[in-house]
Every structure is written in structure tokens, then in C-alpha cells.
Design a protein around this ligand. Structure first.
Ligand SMILES: NC(=O)c1ccc[n+]([C@@H]2O[C@H](COP(=O)([O-])OP(=O)(O)OC[C@H]3O[C@@H](n4cnc5c(N)ncnc54)[C@H](OP(=O)(O)O)[C@@H]3O)[C@@H](O)[C@H]2O)c1
Length: 269
């Protein structure tokens, strides 16, 4: 599986399995088990998803060695009063002694103080890598002025339909070695029938979802597709047998329409 190197020298599997909106209990456990069986070795969860316990159970029952699975969780907005306690709760639910990546889910007002605590958690090996999510250039610039520790990752929404709008954040991260994780890479389904995508996908004999995921990899973005359907879980990992041409990439890059499918961090001051 393709992996990208982070600025802390760790290697992260470039395709992670997203678990947002996977209902806690049987649905999450079966989806994550299916993903691990299909070959995913990177699971993206968060405190707010309410499914860390099921993610942990699926990991344990998979029999795959802990060090072979990359696990990400996130500090929720309501937990900035005591971030370490929140991480310990996440670890208990996951049944793990550390996560591979702990992200600040959103740039809340307490973000700088919380970042310092996240650095301590990394130093104590409770999280091997630390990063942020939904940080745009103003938030990243402020953080760089505050702390000597650069986030390993910024997880932001990204698809061809948002790339132009986020171009400054992408450039900022590239210039400073911050890896970008593209969340909602399938636009939560909203643009999977876009005519340009359909034409490119048909020409390559793949699905429009595979085109969107391959677009991420060719840009060097870690990508986090989510599915609860076993066939789609497998297909979303089959990205090595085809390539987008430079012309395909340019055409996709031009599809920007400022599409955010969930929250929009440009509203976070
Ligand atoms: N940091 C943040 O603020 C943040 C925000 C949002 C998401 N995320 C992370 O990013 C992950 C992915 O984003 P997301 O969950 O918002 O949405 P997404 O992955 O863009 O889209 C998921 C939707 O696409 C459908 N789908 C999946 N594969 C498909 C395929 N091959 N063909 C057709 N439809 C397909 C799924 O339906 P089926 O289940 O029926 O296949 C589901 O409805 C999340 O799960 C989460 O881990 C992070």
C-alpha cells in the first residue's frame, strides 16, 4: 500500500478508512473489520463519532499486529478544558496505549493552549504524531508563531470541487512539510455523477469514486474514504491499476466551486 512520509519521519498509509457517521455498535465494527480484511491499515475516527470502542474491537479481533495499523483520533471541541483526560478516555475506548495520530478537530478559541498539551502528549508517547484539522492559513500562521512544533498533518476537506478555494492552505502546508489529509474526498456522494468525473472514469474503466481518490494520491494528499458497503470498501482501495493523465488532473483541478459538504473552517476566527 502507498505510504507518505510525515515531517516527523513516520510513514502513514496514504488511504485511510473514514468512520464519520458510521453508527456505533455493529455497523461500525463490521465496516472497520471489512476494511481491515480488504487491506486498509489506517483508520480515522474521532471522539465525536462515538464509535472508538467499536473501532478498537474491530482492530483487536482482526489479529493484525498493532504496529501495522495506523489509528487516528481527534480532540473534540468540548474537551479543550482537559485535553489529556479526553485522550485518555479515547485510548480506554479504543483499548490502546497510544494512537498514531491525535488531531485537534477544529480551531477552537483555546487552540494554542491545547496544542501545547498535545505536544506534551506526544512527548509522553500517548500519541506518536500530532496534528490539526480544519486549520486554514490564518490558524496555521498563528500556531507557527506560538509553537516551535509544526503539526505533522492538517486534515481538511478536499476534492476537485474545493481545491481552488483551499489553494493557499495547500501551498502553505506543502511549503512547510505539513501533510494534507483530504476528508470527505467523495464529497459525501454529492458530486459522484458530475459529467467530467463520469467521462474520465468511463475512459479509464473505473468508478468516479476511484477517480476522486486517485486524484488525491496524485496530488500527494492522504485520503480518507468512508463506506459501509463491502464492495465499495474494497473498490475504494483499488487505486494502483490506473493513473490520471496530466490533462485529467488539470481538468479536475479546474472544477472548484467552493463545495464544503459539512462545516466550513473559514468561519472559525
Ligand atoms: N476532520 C473533520 O472535520 C472531518 C469531517 C468529515 C469527515 N472526516 C473524515 O473523513 C472521512 C470521509 O469523509 P465523509 O465520511 O464525510 O464522506 P466521504 O468519504 O466523502 O463519502 C462517504 C459517502 O460516499 C459513499 N461512497 C463511498 N464509496 C463509494 C463508492 N465507491 N461509490 C459510491 N458511493 C460511495 C458512502 O456511501 P456507502 O456507505 O453506501 O458506500 C457515503 O455515503 C470521514 O469518515 C472521517 O473519517 C473528517
Amino acid at each position: 500500500m502507498t505510504a507518505f512520509e510525515l515531517n516527523d519521519a513516520r510513514r502513514i498509509p496514504a488511504v485511510g478508512f473514514g468512520t464519520y457517521q458510521l453508527r456505533p455498535g455493529r455497523i461500525t465494527k463490521s465496516a472497520v473489520s471489512g476494511a481491515l480484511a480488504a487491506g486498509y491499515r489506517h483508520i480515522d475516527t474521532a471522539t465525536i463519532y462515538g464509535n472508538e470502542q467499536d473501532v478498537g474491537a474491530a482492530i483487536r479481533e482482526s489479529g493484525i499486529a498493532r504496529e501495522d495499523i495506523w489509528v487516528t483520533t481527534k480532540l473534540w471541541n468540548g474537551d479543550h478544558g482537559d485535553p489529556l483526560k479526553a485522550l485518555e478516555t479515547s485510548l480506554t475506548k479504543l483499548g490502546l496505549d497510544h494512537v498514531d495520530l491525535w488531531l485537534m478537530h477544529w480551531p477552537t478559541a483555546q487552540r494554542l493552549k491545547s496544542w501545547d498539551t498535545m505536544v506534551r502528549a506526544r512527548d509522553e508517547r500517548l500519541a506518536t504524531s500530532i496534528g490539526v484539522s480544519n486549520f486554514l492559513v490564518p490558524h496555521l500562521t498563528e500556531l507557527a508563531q506560538h509553537s516551535e512544533v509544526t503539526p505533522a498533518v492538517d486534515q481538511i476537506e478536499l476534492s476537485p470541487f474545493l481545491l481552488g478555494t483551499r489553494a493557499d492552505t495547500v501551498r502553505y502546508c506543502r511549503d512547510r512539510g505539513i501533510a494534507i489529509e483530504a476528508y470527505s474526498p467523495l464529497t459525501q456522494g454529492a458530486r459522484l455523477r458530475h459529467p467530467v468525473l463520469v467521462r474520465i472514469a468511463d475512459g479509464l474503466g473505473v468508478s468516479t469514486a476511484q477517480v476522486l481518490l486517485r486524484w488525491c494520491l496524485q496530488h500527494g494528499f492522504i485520503t480518507l474514504p468512508r463506506s459501509s458497503n463491502p464492495d465499495r470498501i474494497r473498490a475504494n482501495l483499488e487505486l494502483d491499476g490506473f493513473a490520471l493523465s496530466p490533462a485529467d488532473m488539470r481538468e479536475l483541478d479546474d472544477l472548484d466551486e467552493g463545495l464544503t459538504t459539512g462545516w466550513d473552517p473559514s468561519t472559525a476566527s
